[in-house]
Design a protein around this ligand. Structure first.
Ligand SMILES: Nc1ncnc2c1ncn2[C@@H]1O[C@H](COP(=O)(O)OP(=O)(O)OP(=O)(O)O)[C@@H](O)[C@H]1O
Length: 261
């Protein structure tokens, strides 16, 4: 369980996260959605202790994140963020094995069990064939799947992902999110694609200028009345075979919204 209460953050005088309460139950998949610059990444970073919130606190399984040691935190929380690690001079197999580090002693080498976990993770994201390749030479989508495999290799009970579908083709967008949503972990995922959020998240937090403007099930949050003023686009929702499908159009009304804001 991850629980953030009253979370706030600012850069200089600019408040970018403002009084956010968020609760991620075990096995739950919570999507952070909202327009560019609404504070999703900043909020996510406060949840895994990479950024100390200016207000509020985060608890992981009931313990303040500040009180959890780095190694213990790495055992408990796996993170997939947009890394600028394109030049990592490392083979994919070795990079993914780094996910086992929090489980190893100071000087111990990866065990056969560690290798098995890393291999299984690569297989789950359809990237086992990339194991002998240099990470730097991979395509954007291949890199993304390898980073997800590294996170799975950590076998953490909490998994936080920032736009994991970036660079992925449609098949892997669905495969990766389906995989993530079915993990027994507490999952927080930043997503721009609201149709993917509808399908794979069981709870959504919609941010606008750092504040939560709506949160609830996709059915509750993904309605035109909520989305149109936030994104300044026209939204049509079609429920088909029990699934939500959102259609967007550039809305002349968007200009009115901006003028009246
Ligand atoms: N290091 C920083 N210094 C100053 N301002 C920052 C910094 N990092 C982020 N911001 C600002 O904080 C606000 C929230 O940024 P954040 O990256 O959390 O938004 P986001 O919702 O994840 O955006 P996007 O959808 O574009 O990725 C933005 O206005 C951004 O410019």
């Amino acid at each position: 369980m991850i629980e953030g209460r009253g979370l706030g953050h600012r850069y200089g005088d600019v408040v970018v996260v403002d009084g956010v309460d968020i609760r991620v139950p075990p096995g739950g998949t919570v999507g952070l959605v909202g327009p560019n610059g609404s504070g999703k990444t900043t909020l996510l970073r406060t949840l895994y202790g990479s950024l100390r919130p200016v207000t509020g606190s985060v608890e992981i399984d009931g313990v303040d994140v500040d009180r959890v040691g780095r190694k213990e935190l790495a055992r408990q929380v796996a993170v997939v963020v947009q890394e600028h690690s394109g030049d990592l001079p490392m083979r994919v197999a070795d990079l993914v094995l780094l996910g086992r580090l929090p489980h190893q002693g100071v000087s111990s080498r990866p065990s056969a069990a560690d290798l098995a976990v890393a291999t299984a993770a690569l297989e789950r994201v359809g990237a086992l064939h990339l194991a002998p390749r240099e990470y730097a030479g991979l395509s954007g989508g291949e890199k993304q799947r390898v980073l997800i495999a590294r996170a799975l290799t950590q076998e953490a009970e909490h998994l936080l992902l920032d736009e994991p579908t970036n660079h992925l083709d449609i098949r892997y967008q669905h495969e990766v999110l389906d995989l993530v949503a079915h993990l027994p972990a507490s999952v927080v995922v930043v997503l721009h694609d609201l149709n993917l959020a509808a399908r794979y998240c069981d709870h959504l937090v919609l941010l606008q200028r750092g504040r939560v403007v709506a949160q609830g099930t996709p059915d509750e949050v993904l309605v035109p009345e909520v989305l149109e003023p936030v994104y300044e686009v026209g939204v049509r929702r079609v429920d088909l075979d029990g699934e939500i499908h959102l259609l967007f159009r550039r809305s002349p009304a968007a200009h009115d919204v901006r003028k009246s804001a």
